[in-house]
Design a protein around this ligand. Sequence first.
Ligand SMILES: Cc1cc2nc3c(=O)[nH]c(=O)nc-3n(C[C@H](O)[C@H](O)[C@H](O)COP(=O)(O)OP(=O)(O)OC[C@H]3O[C@@H](n4cnc5c(N)ncnc54)[C@H](O)[C@@H]3O)c2cc1C
Length: 358
Amino acid sequence: MLDRLGLLPAALQCLVPQAGAAWIDAGERRLAEMPVTAFDGRGYVSTEELLRTDLARIVHRAAGPGVTHRFGETVEALEDTPGGVLARFRSGDAEEFDLVVGADGAHSRVRALRFGPEERYRKPLGLAHAWFTLAERPGTPALDGWFLIHNAPGRRSVEARPGRAGEQEVGLTFAADTLPPRHDREARLALLDRTFADVGWRAAEFLAAARQAEDFALDTFDQIRMPSWRDGRVVLLGDSAWCASPLSGLGTALALRGAAELAAALDAADVLADPGRLPAALAAFEQAMRPRVASAQQLPPGRVASVAPRTALGIRANALAMRALQSRALRPLVRRAMAGTEHGRTAAQPTTVATTAG
Ligand SMILES: Cc1cc2nc3c(=O)[nH]c(=O)nc-3n(C[C@H](O)[C@H](O)[C@H](O)COP(=O)(O)OP(=O)(O)OC[C@H]3O[C@@H](n4cnc5c(N)ncnc54)[C@H](O)[C@@H]3O)c2cc1C
């Protein structure tokens, strides 16, 4: 997708190299490891990561002067008019648009305004995840390119992965379907403190760092499942329409693909010449994306449980499974499974080529 958008060179410059993933005990002894070279470099752990903030910067820059960005703004109401949709903004501004595309993430306001409350579409997976960037200091343990995962009984996981030079990306995963309100940062941090108080390895260091982190975030792992992504001149795209959860590893690819398919459908129908063709164009977009989304939302069996096993026995069994997957006997099966799910594609469903991307 980035190649077709002409953004690949910029993305390649930002890649964060990785050595692999390792499951460790509280003393950082390795219970299992999966180097990026496993499965010929096309397995669970990619050789490089593109950080979301880097991708956002690249896409933002590429949008060019024809696109107006209104930072710090949000939509408060969407009203149908004879020729479009009138969007009323929090600042008091109002503007009429031919088409409103809600690409505002899993907790989409556009979705809430037009399609109803989040609870109607949200399928919690039973886990919550906090993440933030840790600035390395003298004495910060080095990761040497490894994504380190320490599981503790009670469905808790503490993770650190390589970030930009001098930074580590930290994750804390635990069992929860609901969380304190988003605006109550202190309640959210206190929940983490309580949940991870007795967890070893670097948990105490990370809990302290979370309080200082500017990019601290906490959310549940959810999927969004909707019977339709369009209503009149409003359409949803990306996580707002079909969040497959971070556990799918496909959310970004799906969001970019969705944008390209939507642009292609609008272009093919030439809706600017005849707005009457808009419903058919949006239907074509939805038809193109449905199979991909269905495939991405189909998490492999045991995927959720393996992120944060319940018991010490489960943690050991998970490590054993990670080693077994790389055995000579199972390697071909895993390779086949990975090829089948890459970017939501299945063998029976070849890539459709969008003529326009945007
Ligand atoms: C911890 C974590 C790890 C992940 N790992 C991966 C991975 O390895 N691979 C992968 O492919 N995907 C991963 N994902 C998922 C991926 O980040 C998302 O699927 C992807 O970002 C979805 O893109 P989007 O544009 O639909 O939504 P988002 O990226 O969520 O963007 C939505 C945008 O809308 C803005 N917004 C929200 N509400 C409003 C409002 N009311 N008014 C104005 N603006 C608003 C937000 O600020 C944001 O900029 C991960 C997600 C998380 C949380």
